[in-house]
Design a protein around this ligand. Structure first.
Ligand code: NAD
Ligand code: TYD
Length: 339
């Protein structure tokens, strides 16, 4: 079995590469990644020399490179993590989000049609459903909730989902889609809420909370997401969408305060800054379908997951300090400088 994992040098993709090599040692895992600002080859160092692993640097929008790789590897399964993934960046510059997230998906699926695969899996997000009001805690996203996006990022992901379903219906491509809630864990790029707050705390820098910090996200430990995708690949029904989430809703401000407490830093570091444009209020997944059909349940409790995550950032300062010392500083200044 050969599995192409796109975006495998990013946060969730790298955790998935490790998961697959560990759980399925007989599989060949091929990572295709462009190494954008969010991709980090050093993350994959522990598996680089493994005989059943191969890394290829390429853009999923590059038809020639994608076709060449498919001709060489003849993959059985393709799992597409490659994407521009940060909402704030999509608000600044939507173009590359449409390019990678939509047209890149098309290029990959065209290669799947040309060479034939047993499964194309699209890694999507709960953000395609838009948001839920804070005063209706009884409401959750199910797989039949209408798509109703807020940001250029979520609109690009929803477009890709529609294209994936269209390729299934029109060409019979054997697809599955997972729509997951916010992940956290090791190798999370420090522009996202949890790693940004950990890194800033450790440098005694202000902790920029958007708006009032009342927005709610449904946090899932990354390994639980990887297990869900693995289950969908093996036992999921072709043509189906599976929501993945942990019933673990938390307000941003409570997460930031928790990180302060765990790192022994004062809450006076918290700085309320101008809200994100179009900021989604609440995401909350109903994971009944993946639970009843595939037996999936999140295994890591938030208290344990956040402790493991903080410990990882403490033990791997080189990984994230290298990132935040370079080009990232320009981004940080642009996004937070005058906020
Ligand atoms: P990430 O930004 O950490 O990593 C993205 C990876 O894709 C990077 O390695 C980057 O180099 C690569 N990439 C970007 N453009 C590429 C291109 N054109 N060709 C090849 N590679 C390219 O993202 P992440 O947080 O790991 O998210 C992975 C996937 O999961 C995305 O599709 C995202 O929409 C989805 N998702 C993320 C979350 C989350 O909480 N992070 C939740 C649900 C779904
Ligand atoms: P983020 O990690 O960017 O994920 P997403 O927008 O995809 O959910 O943000 C999580 C939440 O944290 C979101 O409500 C925005 C908020 N946030 C801040 O308050 N401050 C920050 O510096 C960042 C990056 C996010």
């Amino acid at each position: 079995m050969t599995v192409i994992v796109t975006g495998g040098a990013g946060f969730i993709g790298s955790n998935f590469v490790f998961h697959m090599l560990d759980k399925h040692p007989t599989y060949r895992v091929v990572c295709l990644d462009k190494l954008t600002y969010a991709g980090n080859l050093s993350t994959l160092a522990p598996v680089m020399e493994a005989p059943n692993f191969r890394f290829v640097r390429a853009d999923i929008c590059d038809r020639e490179a994608v076709n060449r790789l498919f001709a060489e590897e003849r993959p059985d399964v393709v799992v597409n993590f490659a994407a521009e993934s940060h909402v704030d960046r999509s608000i600044e510059d939507p173009g590359v989000f449409l390019q990678t997230n939509i047209l890149g998906t098309q290029t990959l699926m065209d290669a799947c049609r040309k060479y034939g695969v047993a499964r194309y899996h699209q890694v999507s997000t709960d953000e395609v459903y838009g948001d839920l009001p804070l005063d209706r805690p009884d409401l959750f996203f199910t797989e039949t909730t209408p798509l109703h996006t807020s940001s250029p990022y979520s609109a690009s992901k929803a477009s890709a989902d529609l294209l994936v379903l269209a390729y299934h219906r029109t060409y019979g491509l054997p697809v599955t889609i997972s729509r997951c809630s916010n992940n956290y864990g090791p190798y999370h790029f420090p522009e996202k809420l949890i790693p940004l707050m950990i890194a800033n705390c450790l440098h005694d820098r202000p902790l920029p909370v958007y708006g009032k910090g009342e927005n709610v996200r449904d946090w899932l430990y990354v390994e639980d997401h990887c297990k869900a995708i693995d289950l969908i690949l093996h036992n999921g029904r072709v043509g189906e969408v599976y929501n993945v989430g942990g019933h673990n809703e938390m307000r941003n401000i409570d997460i930031v305060k928790l990180i302060c407490r765990k790192l022994g830093k004062p809450e006076s570091l918290i700085t309320y800054v101008t809200d994100r444009k179009g900021h989604d209020m609440r995401y909350a997944i109903d994971p009944t379908k993946i639970h009843t059909e595939l037996g999936w349940l999140p295994e890591t409790k938030f208290e344990d997951g956040i402790q493991k995550t903080i410990d990882w950032y403490l033990e791997n300062r080189d990984w994230w300090e290298t990132i935040i010392s370079g080009e990232y500083m320009h981004y940080y200044e642009k996004m937070y400088g005058n906020r």
